[in-house]
Write a protein of this length. Structure first.
Length: 364
């Protein structure tokens, strides 16, 4: 009992069935991470002066591209899992069974984001800065799915936070243990193990805090916050990757993902330095979508012909004449008013010379 309490137990299963519908913890964690990344990115984008709703529009392109890219990276770097003898090539499409490469997701997701940013008329580097902390937090949430799948763990350890991993059984498909259930809590021979997915989860949250702090402190722009995320993440991913014991291809004695982390770290640092020479972060007006509707903006003038002064109606003209004539005779006796009214038009006094000839209202 004391040994059991000194370790972290694994879940008995990672898939539940709601009738014929499977509920997979891995997929639910991926969806939750995407929601958090969009929500946080939207808030950061609006705080910098961007149009509300832009991040959601970008995600419509970036998320599908990213899922395809993540799966492609996984399949390309581990082809023996799908294309060797005894393997089913169609399982390469079974994304619900796990297997997404973050670098493929970032690369192809960036292509989708670029397409959407050009459609919206906003700069991609500024968008990348806004969503950077949300992306790394989404990665942290995704690692919880690895916990339910009992995958991506390290070697045996006697540390108090060691992870107990159990044998899972799937009577319907003995080779598909991801969909199996641990009955009896029979530990695997290497159990307990280093919970490397947990190490990466914690590291990702620390990177998110670093990016937020640096962005507020130094007003990072032109993609520098995103570059800081990449550099920070690859540092932790490199050493955590070397602790893992799952099957992976090696180049010169190092796992492929370790080499990828090294190259991306160097590239991110170089970009961070060079982008700093572009000056202050983007002005808020450059982050406004070209199709944004500004409620305070006055309505655009109609391209119709310029309006001409309208002719006064007969009634209004009569009223104006009466009002103009009344002050002139208001102080006269009654018999004088009658005489003035009966006098010929040529003998009537006028208040101004303009009354002698009708004013033309259609002259320019």
């Amino acid at each position: 009992m004391s040994a059991y309490l000194a370790t972290i137990p694994s879940p008995d299963q990672g898939v539940w069935h709601l009738g014929p519908i499977p509920l997979r913890a891995y997929a639910l964690c991926i969806i939750a991470g995407i929601i958090v990344a969009i929500w946080w990115g939207e808030r950061r984008w609006a705080a910098r002066g961007g149009t509300k709703g832009t991040v959601i529009d970008i995600a419509v392109f970036a998320v599908p591209f990213g899922l395809v890219g993540g799966r492609l990276y996984h399949v390309i770097t581990d082809p023996e899992l799908y294309f060797t003898e005894g393997k089913n090539p169609w399982n390469a499409f079974a994304i619900w069974d796990g297997g997404l490469g973050i670098w493929g997701a970032i690369a192809l997701g960036a292509v989708g984001a670029l397409i959407a940013c050009r459609r919206k008329g906003v700069p991609l580097p500024a968008m990348a800065d806004a969503i950077a902390p949300g992306i790394v937090v989404a990665q942290a949430i995704g690692r919880i799915g690895n916990y339910f799948n009992q995958e991506l763990y390290g070697a045996h350890t006697d540390l108090p936070w060691g992870l107990e991993v159990y044998q899972r059984f799937n009577p319907e498909d003995p080779d598909n243990l991801l969909n199996g259930v641990a009955t009896g809590h029979i530990p695997l021979p290497e159990s307990p193990v280093h919970p490397t997915f947990l190490y990466e989860l914690i590291w990702n949250l620390l990177v998110a805090l670093l990016v937020v702090w640096a962005d507020r402190r130094f007003k990072l722009g032109h993609g520098r916050a995103f570059a800081l995320y990449v550099a920070g993440y690859t540092v932790g991913r490199g050493w955590i990757e070397m602790m893992r014991t799952d099957t992976a291809n090696h180049i010169l004695g190092l796992r492929v993902n370790v080499w990828t982390s090294i190259l991306l770290f160097v590239g991110a640092v170089v970009y961070f330095v060079l982008a700093g020479k572009r000056g202050p972060r983007e002005a808020p007006e450059t982050l406004v979508s070209k199709d944004a509707v500004t409620p305070d903006e006055p309505a655009a003038a109609s391209p119709a012909e310029p309006s001409e002064p309208s002719e006064p109606s007969e009634s209004s003209a009569a009223e104006d004449s009466a009002s103009e004539a009344e002050p002139a005779v208001s102080g006269e006796p009654e018999h004088a008013k009658v005489a003035a009214a009966e006098a010929p038009a040529s003998e009537k006094p006028s208040s101004d010379g303009a009354a002698e000839e009708p004013k033309k209202t259609d002259e320019s």
